[in-house]
Design a protein around this ligand. Structure first.
Ligand SMILES: Cc1ncc(COP(=O)(O)O)c(C=O)c1O
Length: 363
């Protein structure tokens, strides 16, 4: 006889209630212009492939457990010792480590809208989610953040999905006014934001989180890192998987990190394409938030000059039918009239803009 097991009922209560993260669509098959998950359209530095090949010949051996060479290189570039750096299996891994270490009653705070993984990591640790809503201005409400008294507060800078960057002055005010940790998620900072890392010296309650997924073109490799006081890093290391990065990922990230010339050129290219695309959307009379990231958050206007959720949804569907994939967030009043488009190559953005023209001419 088959023995049954009531998995749902037997799971921990907070796991029973958990909604898993929903990643952006990864379409299979060719022919798509993929502008939906903020990947870099350019391949990684040419130094990455030989570094990967060299490690592929050593896969019978465990990797160096702490990613020591990468910690040292990253630390040095910021004028910090390795003791200030931890490497994660993607920055998502680091966001989870921080939550597991430091989240406690009354819970984990974040702004709305921001990165939709924060509620998931809070839920995985059984923590309450505390929200600071934006209004359409997308300005940071420092007093509202302070009043939450969250033990951990996630701030995306530049923010997602808007691309709007917050000033270091705002961030410093938050750091001064809270007792818990401020985690500044700088996934997109290399495309025009201002890093909070200079504040690390004066504020021990700051963690800066970065990723190789966007500006280093290594989303498929899963490498992120955090900068913080050594006593914070030491605690995060306690809950980290012993071998959280495989040897290929460590070598690929180090090779990409050391090729500054390639990195800077690709970031400049993405920024230039972003501004051109923005100008084309402006020419249609659409409202687009000023972006310091590798995407634009724009409020489409149809041929009749109308905006709103139906218009944004209609454009999203039209683009999809043209095999142009962007992101649409229908679930919130501040996002439902917008679409988010990642910045691709010049040619990809032309495909996107041509598809918009078709929509405007035939809607
Ligand atoms: C704000 C933000 N943080 C972190 C990440 C995840 O980065 P990683 O690929 O390093 O896990 C993303 C990915 O889209 C993001 O938008």
């Amino acid at each position: 006889m088959k023995k049954s097991f009531e998995a749902q009922a037997q799971a921990q209560a907070h796991i029973q209630a958990l909604h898993a993260y929903v990643p952006g669509e990864q379409p299979q098959g060719g022919g798509w212009t993929k502008l939906n998950t903020n990947e870099n359209p350019y391949p990684p530095s040419a130094a990455v492939a030989p570094a990967v090949a060299a490690e592929a010949a050593k896969l019978q051996f465990y990797p160096e457990p702490t990613s020591a060479a990468l910690r040292a290189a990253i630390g040095e570039s910021f004028g910090l010792s390795s003791a200030h750096v931890i490497i994660g299996n993607g920055s998502d891994n680091i966001l989870d480590l921080i939550t597991r270490c430091f989240a406690q009653t009354p819970g984990v705070g974040h702004t709305v809208p921001s990165y939709s993984l924060y509620p998931v990591v809070a839920g995985m640790s059984g923590q309450e989610l505390l929200e600071v809503p934006f209004d359409r201005s997308m300005r940071l409400d420092v007093a509202a953040i302070a009043s939450l008294q969250a033990r951990v507060f996630f701030l995306t800078n530049p923010n997602a999905p808007t691309g709007v960057a917050f000033s270091l002055k705002d961030i410093e005010q938050v750091l001064q006014s809270i007792e818990g940790l401020l985690v500044v998620d700088e996934a997109y900072v290399d495309f025009g934001g201002e890093s909070a890392f200079p504040l690390l010296e004066a504020y021990e309650n700051l963690i800066v989180v970065r990723t190789f997924s966007k500006s280093y073109s290594l989303a498929g490799m899963r490498v992120g890192y955090a900068l913080a006081a050594p006593k914070i890093i030491e605690l995060l290391d306690r809950v980290r998987d012993a071998y959280n990065l495989d040897r290929i990922a460590q070598a690929a990230a180090l090779a990409a990190f050391q090729d500054r010339t390639y990195f800077e050129a690709r970031c400049a290219e993405v920024i230039a394409t972003r501004e051109k695309t923005r100008a084309a959307l402006d020419a249609h009379g659409w409202f687009t938030y000023p972006s310091s990231a590798n995407f634009l958050f724009t409020e489409p206007k149809n041929a009749a000059g109308e905006t709103g959720p139906e218009v944004a949804a209609a454009l999203f569907e039209h683009l999809k039918a043209q095999r142009v994939l962007v992101r649409y967030f229908p679930g919130h009043p501040l996002t439902c009239a917008f679409i988010r488009v990642s910045i691709g190559t010049e040619a990809e953005m032309q495909v996107f803009l041509t598809a918009i023209n078709l929509w405007l001419n035939h809607a």
